[in-house]
Design a protein around this ligand. Structure first.
Ligand code: OXD
Ligand code: MN
Length: 596
């Protein structure tokens, strides 16, 4: 291992507090991986799966109280409370160090301390960043090896530089009472204790690539976002790149790997990333996105050869499953994999499954798999310069209100659309499921600073990008009066992407409405879809009463962000109110968008 004084000093300092039995510097090699896996098989941290059908695949059963991100235990520790803003939990840094520092004292006794250098972003990209995670969880190490470029490669990139994000993680006693996920963005430091769950423990992911990176991005003039990245290839072979932000467990992985239905088989979606994008302004004046991750940590339930054939082909080897059920043949199983559950399932807790007691797989059970295993992986997914983004798509899970798709009038209006987003909560975070909450740009759990400053940063980016992407909003989850989904989703979403593609090229037909441009029902390619009569109109309907209620809720949320809320967001909010009282007027698609 290369010598690195600052890193070694930090490792020594951590070891003096946490008192591990031994220290292992991870090199990321196959041999190291195998030793870790064998150890975890011996102590039960991992369970082997059917190696004929699932070679190199393992199951991890987490503590039943440690199955999702715990947002109420996640803190931003900035020196000034107002910099964290009202949407983040805040702890004063000195108090945080004292309070949580105690929990780290001796927390690694009897355990090995792993030093995990990792690189977020493609090797050789000017936009990639190094982090080092110290952890006492071998499960975290094997996951980090799939999710990042880990080990030797990261130390080589670091060289003698002291610029790396420090992440300290310990399982502690796994008690939710002693669980804290702390971020010190001013010091580029993360402390996480008491949880082994991905979003809390794989520190390269949410903690580094979103909370800390969003802070760094604002300082340096780039964006760290909770977005997938795709290339949409049209029948002529031209590929257009898009980034799409959806809250957790709202289908980002499925959209990132979409397979078009037969009638639109000339279209192909290439996967660049499924969860996070770092977007910089390239020398060509376009927004360029890299995927900082090297793997997918995706939600398992509902995944099948119908909903996501690409990920099904990826997770049949060298995959870690967490909290799924197991068949008597040792195969992983989850709700939605096949229509009927096989007999003799063992549930995610390791007990014989009793269906009345709940699902066999935990609703937030996960797979961890290397991105390169995905058949739809883009030939440009590791492009050091990133891919040029032509469209940014925001999306929520809304039974009502938000139509299937609409386009904002301008960058400023698009930032307002993102700022006004809301979505129903899912099992990816602890707490109630299905509650509508404001979730601007799908970043409410991940923005490392004041949300109002974040909107200001987006507005500023728009002023600096010579060729800004067009901004859209989609909602796959609208329901009818009987609470049935109106839109089939999954592969059929290509129909919406096709319209977006056309709009980006100045082609698709649209109607100007109070909330933005909406496709006319004819502008959407619904050929062969067999939507029931009236469904297309309902999907695109703007219910002005519902929108006025939405407008008022947006206003209450924006009030919480005052006085830092940018005036432009207030203006857009006021203009939306005025527009809601006007009638829709058809417009020619080639007309330049009207900027309020
Ligand atoms: C995730 C999440 O794991 O958003 O990606 O919770
Ligand atoms: Mn996510």
């Amino acid at each position: 291992m290369p010598q690195h004084r600052a890193l070694e000093q930090w490792v020594d300092q951590v070891a003096r507090v946490t008192r591990p039995d031994r220290i292992h510097w991870c090199d990321g090699s196959e041999e190291e991986h195998q030793v870790l896996v064998d150890g975890m098989l011996r102590d039960g941290t991992l369970v082997g799966l059917n190696h004929q059908r699932y070679p190199g695949c393992y199951l991890h059963r987490s503590h039943p109280s440690d199955v999702a991100r715990t947002e109420h235990l996640t803190f931003i520790c900035t020196s000034r409370k107002e910099d964290a803003g009202p949407t983040n939990n805040w702890m004063e840094p000195t108090e945080a160090r004292a309070r949580v520092g105690k929990l780290f004292e001796g927390s690694m006794k009897g355990r090995t301390m792993f030093v995990v250098p990792y690189l977020m972003g493609p090797v050789g990209s000017p936009y990639s960043r190094v982090g080092v995670e110290i952890t006492d969880s071998p499960y975290v190490v094997v996951n980090m090896r799939l999710m990042t470029r880990m080990g030797k490669i990261a130390l080589e990139r670091l060289g003698g530089s002291e610029s790396f994000v420090r992440g300290l993680h310990s399982l502690g006693d796994l008690s939710p009472d002693h669980r804290f996920i702390l971020h010190f963005p001013e010091e580029r430091l993360i402390w996480s204790i008491g949880s082994g769950y991905g979003g809390n423990a794989l520190l390269g992911k949410k903690c580094h690539s979103l909370r800390i990176a969003s802070w760094i991005g604002r300082e340096e003039g780039w964006l760290a976002e909770h977005t997938l990245i795709i290339g949409v290839e049209d029948p002529s072979g031209q590929v257009t790149y898009m980034a799409a932000a959806f809250p957790s467990a709202c289908g980002k992985t499925n959209l990132a790997m979409l397979v078009a239905p037969q009638v639109l088989s000339g279209y192909k979606v290439w996967t660049v990333g499924d969860d996070i994008a770092w977007m910089h302004i390239g020398p060509d004046g376009r927004l360029r996105a890299i995927n900082p991750e090297a793997g997918f940590f995706g939600v398992v339930p509902g995944t099948s050869v119908k909903t996501n054939p690409n990920i099904m082909a990826a997770v049949d080897r060298d995959t870690i499953f967490t909290n799924v059920a197991v068949t008597p043949d040792g195969e992983p199983w989850w709700e939605g994999k096949e229509p009927t559950p096989p007999d003799g399932l063992v549930d995610w807790r390791g007990n014989p499954w009793i269906s009345v007691e709940g699902p066999a797989a935990h609703p937030n059970s996960r797979f961890t798999v290397a991105a390169r295993q995905c058949p739809s992986i883009s030939p440009r997914w590791e492009d050091p310069e990133g891919v040029p983004i032509s469209a940014i798509i925001f999306g929520g899970r809304r039974a009502r209100v938000a139509p299937l798709v609409y386009q904002s009038y301008s960058w400023q209006h698009g930032v307002f659309v993102g700022a006004g987003m809301a979505s129903e909560t899912t099992a990816a975070q602890s707490g109630a499921v299905g509650v509508t909450r404001r979730d601007p740009m799908a970043m409410i759990p991940f923005c490392g600073y004041h949300m109002a400053d974040y909107f200001a940063h987006w507005l500023d980016m728009g002023r600096r990008i010579a060729h800004p992407p067009a901004i859209f909003h989609v909602n796959w989850f609208r329901t009818d009066q009987n609470d049935r989904f109106l839109w089939p989703g999954f592969g059929e979403n290509i129909r919406v992407l096709k319209w977006i593609l056309e709009r980006v090229r100045g082609q698709g037909i649209a109607v100007e409405t109070p909330i933005g441009f909406i496709p006319t029902p004819d502008a959407l390619d619904l050929d062969g879809l067999g939507l029931p009569d009236g469904a297309a109109d309902e999907l695109l309907r703007i219910d002005s009463d519902a929108w006025l209620t939405e407008h008022a809720e947006q206003g209450r949320f924006f009030d919480r962000l005052a006085p830092r809320l940018p005036v432009q967001i207030r203006q857009e909010h006021a203009v939306l109110h005025q527009r809601l009282s006007r009638l829709s007027v058809p417009v020619n698609a080639t007309e330049p968008p009207h900027t309020p």
